[in-house]
Write a protein that binds this ligand. Structure first.
Ligand code: FAD
Length: 398
């Protein structure tokens, strides 16, 4: 009998969890599993704001894929996916002359920045989205600070963060922690530095509990962060940003965190999308494609017909990966699959190393050190899921 080929694209939260599940549940020879990722490492996206601010080294936010995957059970290919042909059931990679064929395809290629058509953003802003991108942000910011000693231009030590959602607030919190040390290093008075957070929505952290939002904004304002809320960015230039209404904020460093859309490769494959993301069915399949599963930031899961979709998070991507890791096995064995159900366990946003806010379970609010401890536990849990206690001891930061 022909051995089915399962091809997983992307070793993020969703893809890696799928591969781990298949590695555990499939019997030897039951299916041929291949995982493709553009880097040899998995990056822990939920920690990328730390190296972007320079509060931790980027190696703390990545781990080798081969350290958590069994090469006899999952064939790992480091390469970039360039296209998917859903007709011939083939995937083309940048450095391989022959395309890879599949019987089942799992797409977990993550997201791309959503710029909402803001002029100049793609060309002039930085994005927190990979190890390469955060290394660039940190080095650029430090170089700007080093130039200040000679040039004394205020824009060199002004940082604009576009977006006050989860990523924006976590990054601003991290910058607040980093500034005292950075200013000491470059002999800059701390009060001269400007960290400006600009948000188009009427509130910081839209959708979050209002007490927690107040706690976060009060904490960050006390640390000197300026907020421009209800203020869309009209344009990003090489000199900074222009706000709707005309005000210009000159800044040598602009970091956009204002939204994500699905990976373009999915759209280009002719799969039906909404802002680049695919509304999947109960089994996480793409519409009209029984053999294609979409997980993580490229997928859209609705709690019910009339509600908004769940936001793209590592939490849902992980649960989708765990679901597929079991259900693809049962599909192969007896043609059956369960229906995916998301269990929200809460959300915690860090405000630097020692502060955070969060909701745990249904409605338990946490702030300050307790929330920060919870955030660390969540990070350690991810390492545990991937590589057990040995990975926690090797990579965990307490
Ligand atoms: P990703 O984890 O983004 O992985 C996609 C993978 O695909 C990557 O390895 C990438 O290299 C690879 N890839 C992409 N394109 C190609 C290609 N063409 N060829 C080959 N490989 C490719 N969520 C939470 O739940 N809690 C949090 O606290 C939280 N904090 C966050 C903080 C920050 C700073 C950011 C940026 C995000 C945060 N999120 C958080 C959101 C969360 O990180 C994402 O929702 C999650 O990473 C999505 O997982 P994924 O599996 O879809 O994709």
């Amino acid at each position: 009998m022909k051995v089915p080929k399962i091809l997983i694209l992307g070793a993020g939260y969703g893809g890696l969890m799928t591969a781990k599940g298949l590695q555990k549940h499939l019997r030897p020879g039951e299916a041929e599993v291949t995982l493709v990722n553009q880097n040899s490492y998995h990056y822990i996206t939920t920690k990328l704001h730390e190296p972007a601010a320079g509060t931790s080294h980027h190696d703390h936010a990545r781990l080798s894929i081969l350290s958590v995957i069994h090469p006899h059970r999952v064939n790992f290919i480091q390469d970039q996916v360039t296209s998917i042909n859903t007709e011939t059931k083939e995937v083309t990679l940048k450095d391989q002359s022959e395309p890879l064929s599949y019987d089942y395809l799992v797409i977990g290629l993550g997201s791309a920045p959503e710029t909402f058509g803001i002029k100049g953003l793609l060309e002039n802003a930085f994005f927190i989205r990979s190890i390469d991108s955060v290394r660039m942000i940190r080095e650029h910011m430090e170089y700007m600070f080093s130039r200040y000693a000679e040039e004394k231009k205020d824009e060199l030590i002004t940082i604009v963060v576009g977006g006050a959602g989860f990523t924006g607030i976590e990054y601003v919190g991290e910058l607040v922690d980093r500034m005292p040390e950075l200013c000491r290093e470059y002999d800059i008075p701390l009060e001269k530095v400007r960290i400006v957070n600009v948000e188009a929505a009427p509130t910081v952290l839209p959708g979050f509990d209002s007490d927690l939002v107040s706690y976060a904004t009060d904490y960050l304002k006390n640390k000197g962060v300026e907020f421009h809320i209800n203020t869309p960015i009209a344009e990003c230039t090489h000199e900074g940003v222009i706000l709707k209404g005309g005000e210009e904020i000159k800044a040598a460093t602009v970091v956009w965190t204002g939204g994500v859309r699905g990976n373009k490769i999915v759209e280009d494959a002719g799969i039906e999308t909404m802002r680049g993301r695919v509304k999947v069915d109960g089994q996480l399949r793409a519409p009209g494609h029984e053999e294609i599963f979409i997980i993580g930031d490229s997928s859209l899961v609705f709690p019910s017909e009339n509600e908004r979709p769940y936001p793209p998070t590592a939490q849902i991507a992980t649960q989708q990966g765990q679901f597929l890791g079991k259900n693809l096995v049962s599909l192969i064995r007896d043609g059956k699959m369960d229906t995916f159900a998301y269990h929200a366990k809460g959300t915690v946003a860090s405000l630097g190393r020692k502060e955070a806010i969060g909701i745990v379970g249904k409605n338990s609010k946490l702030m300050g050190m307790k929330a920060s401890l919870m955030k660390k536990i969540i990070e350690l849990r991810w390492l545990y899921l991937l590589g057990g206690i040995s990975l926690v001891l090797r990579k965990g930061k307490f």
